[in-house]
Design a protein around this ligand. Structure first.
Ligand code: NAP
Length: 358
């Protein structure tokens, strides 16, 4: 256990103020939880959006953001036998002060954590959880079917899903994003082919190394993208699945138009497809996932995912994002978030080392 009772955290004291480093208490793990010394935390768009778009969902002040990390178990709560002090784990955080990852210590439920294999560094591990959960929940969480947050397809690790997707095309918009990189790898795991994505072309070789078979320039017009898709899928099955990992007003319409009748689309932001793009009776489905283990209906599914994560990371089925380490520990995070908001990152996960905070 930590020998001190306080720690450094990146705190938002009140709405309208800025994130700043402050001292707060270290939390105690409850039953089924461990206390983790956070080695590396990933930055996500939600962390800057909490100051604007999502400020209404701030649970209390002082508020601490941070939604994914890796760290070392320093204390084990009651009823924990799967993890021990010294284990290095990967996990999602956030949605409460105890679980936020922009601090030096946080509490983690063991069912939503995985040990990090030796071929993956703690920095790399900190890039995995948020993007992977979002990709998987949108496609395969059968418990979320009724509320439009998942396509609820049989997962590739189920008997039905093991062969269902082989040779089926998929279109993934924004393959270079963190969610997009995971969606490509999940599509490869499922056996989809071709796996067609959009990105800046300087990322093409990297995305092909993850499993994309074709990378289209994301700056092509919608009509040009649709024409390319037809040439890539015409001889095979109709395009019945798309994952929009960007889901801005400029990407959702082409994602929707790309689908054949009855096709299915995941959008990572709320649906904004104009009515004029839709054809009555086209049978298309659009879902907007909440890609976090804390989301309604995600707990059991999240536990299934984290139970598989060590194996996927060790075998390279899921490769972490490339990382850029921010300087100055937690104090470096606001500058990183500003770069993300200004769209000045490309195919990289910004991470911070909370223990390096002065
Ligand atoms: N629903 C959920 O639970 C959930 C969970 C996580 C994230 N999200 C949302 O998902 C979105 C992506 O998050 P992220 O962390 O994956 O983002 P990210 O890694 O920061 O995304 C950066 C990448 O986006 C790509 N990009 C930007 N505009 C694009 C466009 N018009 N077409 C194709 N690619 C484009 C860029 O690709 P190039 O470098 O190739 O240009 C860049 O590399 C955010 O809006 C985030 O809030 C939602």
């Amino acid at each position: 256990m930590s020998s001190t009772v306080t720690q450094k955290a990146l705190v938002l004291p009140a709405l309208g103020e800025h994130y700043a480093v402050a001292d707060i208490s270290i939390h105690a793990p409850g039953p089924g939880e461990v206390l983790v010394k956070i080695e590396s935390t990933g930055l996500n768009p939600i962390d800057w959006k909490m100051l604007t778009t999502y400020s209404a969902s701030i649970y209390s002040f002082p508020f601490v953001a941070g939604h994914e990390a890796s760290g070392t178990v320093v204390e084990v709560g009651p009823q924990v036998d799967s993890l021990a002090v010294g284990d290095i784990i990967v996990f999602q955080g956030g949605f409460s002060l105890r679980r936020a990852t922009f601090q030096q210590y946080c509490v983690v439920p063991v069912v939503h954590a995985a040990k990090v294999p030796s071929n993956v560094s703690p920095d790399e591990a900190a890039t995995v959880a948020e993007g992977l959960m979002t990709a998987l929940v949108g496609l395969y969480n059968t418990t979320a079917e009724l509320n439009g947050k998942s396509l609820s397809l049989p997962p590739p690790w189920s008997p039905e899903g093991a062969t269902k997707y082989i040779g089926q095309p998929v279109f993934i918009l924004g393959g270079a994003s963190s969610v997009g990189q995971n969606a490509i790898q999940v599509a490869k795991l499922a056996g989809h082919s071709p796996i067609i994505t959009t990105a800046s072309l300087h990322n093409a070789a990297f995305l092909q190394s993850l499993g994309a078979t074709h990378v289209l320039d994301r700056r092509l017009s919608d009509d040009a993208i649709l024409a390319e898709l037809r040439t890539l899928t015409d001889s095979g099955a109709p395009l019945s699945l798309a994952y929009d990992a960007i889901a801005l007003p400029e990407t959702q319409p082409v994602a929707y138009r790309a689908l054949a009748e009855g096709g299915r689309l995941v959008v990572v932001l709320p649906e904004q497809i104009p009515q004029e793009v839709k054809t009555p009776g086209d049978g298309k489905t659009v879902v907007f996932p909440f890609g976090h283990v804390c989301g309604p209906g995600n707990s059991e599914f999240g536990a299934e995912v984290f139970a598989r994560l060590f194996d996927w990371l060790e075998k390279g089925v899921i490769k972490p994002n490339k990382v850029e380490i921010l300087p100055n520990g937690l104090a470096g995070i606001p500058g990183g978030l500003a770069r993300m908001e200004a769209n000045k990152t490309s195919a990289v996960k910004l991470i911070a080392h909370p223990q390096e905070t002065l």
